[in-house]
Design a binder for this molecule. Structure first.
Ligand code: 5AD
Length: 329
């Protein structure tokens, strides 16, 4: 690989890089693509991040919460479709106390012995992370968003900090979770140096999962007038991350898909090996609006999974029905 700043200088698609990335992913993960059933169980959020539609100041957004029964019913549907990982994602919603989260986790793990539960519910105390882990949670997704403290402060209100974020990631690792980090590509004020800081941070953290997706401008946020991130740059970064982290689980993310439906197949060819079909009930799915234009809000879970499977095989890969744990080498 040429030197990183040079590669990042130009934003177009880099075929050589993609080839190198694909060869590495095939060495570690063969042609396997893991499906994770995404359950967006609450869109309430106490935070006010400048880029995100779930921000507390967004009074245009109808808010919802799924009950434990509804979440379990999503899992049932997902399990029958062959999904073996459920990702519980939500805003930072104080209604879901640690007890409620633990109860949901242990119910899922009690019903299905061969699934992994991934949480994506933001910053919590170490004790809370520990309680979820003891209840059976296997993985945790918490993007660092930006590893550069100054850049981080331009994307978030004052009560949130890059230091706190990194502390949470460290705690999650110490507890023993498979940890996912990542950042948005093309977020406001991000330049090559900011991307390099994120890559540097990821090298130190050595996460099991790395999620990146283009920033998608949301008219219901203070960043309404900033341009979207580049799909090409995101694809290139997926290849770079695969080369730097051959063992990592790297999803083709929803925001990539939102900006360019054909980018899903491209992302797989650039080194991504995970896709997260949305199995949130249709009734509420449209309201989990981090950004506008999310695709598939009309589809039933079965259709979403079937469509993804055909995209995966058209791209030359194989959707497998397994937990899809990280393979450290
Ligand atoms: N565009 C792209 N990604 C976004 N996220 C939140 N808002 C946006 C947006 N406007 C990402 C954040 C968060 C993840 C769940 O979604 O990186 O961690």
């Amino acid at each position: 690989m040429k030197n990183l700043p040079e590669i990042l200088e130009v934003s177009d698609y880099d075929n050589l890089l993609a080839k190198e990335a694909d060869a590495l992913r095939r060495k570690v993960y063969f042609d396997e693509v893991y499906l994770r059933g995404l359950i967006e169980f609450t869109n309430f959020c106490k935070n006010d991040c400048y880029y995100c539609g779930l921000r507390i100041s967004n009074t245009n957004l109808p808010r919802y919460r799924l009950s434990e029964e509804e979440i379990l019913s999503c899992c049932k549907t997902g399990y029958e479709l062959g999904l073996r990982t459920f990702v519980l994602q939500g805003g930072e919603d104080p209604y879901f106390t640690d007890d409620k989260i633990c109860s949901i986790i242990s119910s899922i793990k009690g019903l299905y012995k061969d699934v992994a539960v991934t949480l994506s519910i933001g910053e919590k105390k170490k004790e809370s992370y520990l309680a979820y882990f003891k209840a059976g949670a296997d993985r945790y997704l918490l993007r660092e968003e930006s590893a550069n403290p100054l850049h981080y402060s331009k994307l978030h209100p004052k009560n949130l900090s890059s230091e706190k974020r990194k502390e949470c990631l460290k705690n999650l690792k110490e507890i023993g979770y498979q940890v996912g980090a990542g950042f948005m590509v093309g977020s406001p004020f991000q330049g090559i140096n900011e991307i390099l800081s994120d890559i540097e941070f990821l090298k130190q953290l050595s996460p099991d999962m790395i999620g990146i997706g283009p920033f998608v401008s949301n008219p219901e946020t203070p960043f309404a007038h900033y341009p979207n991130g580049s799909v090409e740059m995101t694809l290139k970064l997926i290849s770079i991350l695969r080369i730097l982290f051959p063992h990592a689980l790297i999803p083709a993310t929803t925001s990539l898909w939102t900006l360019d439906p054909s980018a899903l197949e491209k992302a797989l060819k650039c080194g991504a090996n995970v896709i997260m079909p949305n199995i949130t009930p249709k009734r509420v799915r449209d309201n989990y609006r981090l950004y506008p234009g999310k695709t598939n809000t009309e589809k039933e879970a079965a259709q979403t999974v079937a469509d993804l499977k055909s995209i995966i095989s058209a791209a030359g890969y194989r959707a497998v029905s397994s937990k899809g744990d990280v393979r450290r080498i």
